[in-house]
Design a protein around this ligand. Structure first.
Ligand code: NAP
Length: 364
């Protein structure tokens, strides 16, 4: 059996919300170097990665076999987060398959796939829970672990299954962006009494590094992470405790939600380069209706005892995250959380998602 220990990691999605903390933690102590794929090596995020040291950039798209080969060749590890909000579900599926196959052919020793829950399957194949950006990854995650049963000695593989970044609960233009109504921070979302399995983007770095550091244990593993199951009434009361300002959650029916601030985008394809004429393309309304139902009806589970064991210092509550973010935001000059959720400050917030920063434009 070959060793699955790695030292040079090819990263897809490195300039993204998830990729930045992953690369930061991989190169933090010189144990790993990273080759990061980007369509634009001149972007501020790409330059920030270079400044970390031990990072090189490869210009190109994951939707290109020659580029995938060039990216994997000479590396021994891979962290692959294919952006389904660019491609749409159908194209994401194809490039996830090819990325795994080409990685194997090019001699990668350990392959970590940036995954999301296969919600449709976890719901017992009930279409109320269809969300293309979840199923598009979750299906491929299962396929990768299935291939891995035969290939595990040649190339190890693990899934890194995360969830909606908690940062999005305080950012503009997100599915869970709050409004401020008569001085009360208000989350109007179709969540009922359910809970969102939010992940802290910051902790993604630690977990992915752990997968590469511990291949004997992580080979074949689906590491499903989260802070906690976040009920939005609890999010609101934590926000009140941390900021001293009033906050609330208002359960909102789907009709009202889709006639709200997201009405302008409801009919657009969830993937900005997906073909709107292709019947497989899900629009935002359908994609995020399934997404909210996953949380409202408790479809997604997590093993928090396992996460405590793997990452004892992980962020464990939404309140802890809010406190940390309040402190960090003030220190970095972003203002208090209260300031940051005011609509007049929306344009000053640096988006966590690169796709939002790029206004959902860019090549496939
Ligand atoms: N939003 C969430 O809460 C969340 C949580 C977990 C997982 N996800 C999943 O993560 C994926 C997006 O990653 P992210 O959350 O880090 O978003 P992001 O901040 O918008 O980053 C997107 C990343 O994908 C890269 N990219 C996009 N198209 C590319 C292409 N054709 N070739 C090469 N690289 C390309 C971008 O690189 P360049 O622009 O530099 O080329 C960037 O690094 C999606 O599939 C999403 O479903 C999202």
């Amino acid at each position: 059996m070959t060793s699955h220990l790695t030292s040079k990691i090819f990263v897809i999605g490195g300039t993204g919300a998830q990729g930045i903390p992953v690369i930061r933690d991989l190169v933090s102590d010189n144990k790993y170097s990273v080759r990061a794929l980007t369509r634009d090596p001149e972007s501020p995020r790409a330059k920030r990665l270079l400044a970390l040291g031990n990072v090189t950039l490869l210009e190109g798209s994951f939707a290109d076999e020659a580029i995938l080969r060039e990216g994997f060749r000479g590396c021994d590890g891979a962290f692959i987060n294919i952006d389904g909000f660019n491609t749409g579900e159908k194209t994401e599926t194809y490039w996830a398959l090819r990325a795994y196959e080409i990685a194997l052919e090019e001699g990668i020793k350990f392959f970590v796939y940036g995954n999301l829950d296969y919600g449709l399957k976890k719901s017992g194949y009930d279409s109320r829970f269809r969300s293309g950006h979840y199923d598009g990854k979750g299906r491929m995650g299962e396929w990768i672990l299935f291939q891995n049963q035969a290939n595990r000695n040649r190339m190890g593989a693990a899934l890194f299954t995360s969830g909606p970044y908690i940062e999005m609960t305080i950012q503009p233009m997100m599915p869970m962006t709050p409004t401020v109504e008569d001085g009360v921070v208000t989350w109007r979302v179709p969540l009922g009494d359910g809970a969102v399995v939010h992940a802290a983007s910051d902790d993604c770095g630690y977990y992915v590094r752990w997968l590469f550091d511990n291949p004997d244990r992580s080979n074949g593993m689906d590491l499903e992470v989260a802070i906690e199951h976040v009920k939005y009434a609890d999010l609101a009361s934590a926000f009140e405790r941390v900021t001293g300002h009033l906050a609330r959650y208002i359960d909102t029916d789907l009709m009202a939600y889709w006639n709200g601030p997201l009405a302008f985008i409801a009919n657009a394809p969830a993937g900005y380069n997906a073909d709107p004429a292709d019947k497989s393309t899900m629009n935002f309304r359908d994609n995020f209706t399934g997404f909210w139902n996953l949380w409202k009806y408790g479809i997604v589970k997590r093993d928090y005892a396992l996460l405590d064991e793997i990452h004892p210092n992980r962020i464990k509550t939404v309140e802890q995250w809010l406190r940390k973010e309040e402190e960090l935001g003030r220190k970095l000059g972003k203002g208090s959380l209260w300031d940051r959720v005011q609509p007049e400050n929306a344009s000053k917030q640096a988006p966590i998602l690169k796709s939002n920063e790029d206004r959902r434009k860019g090549k496939l």
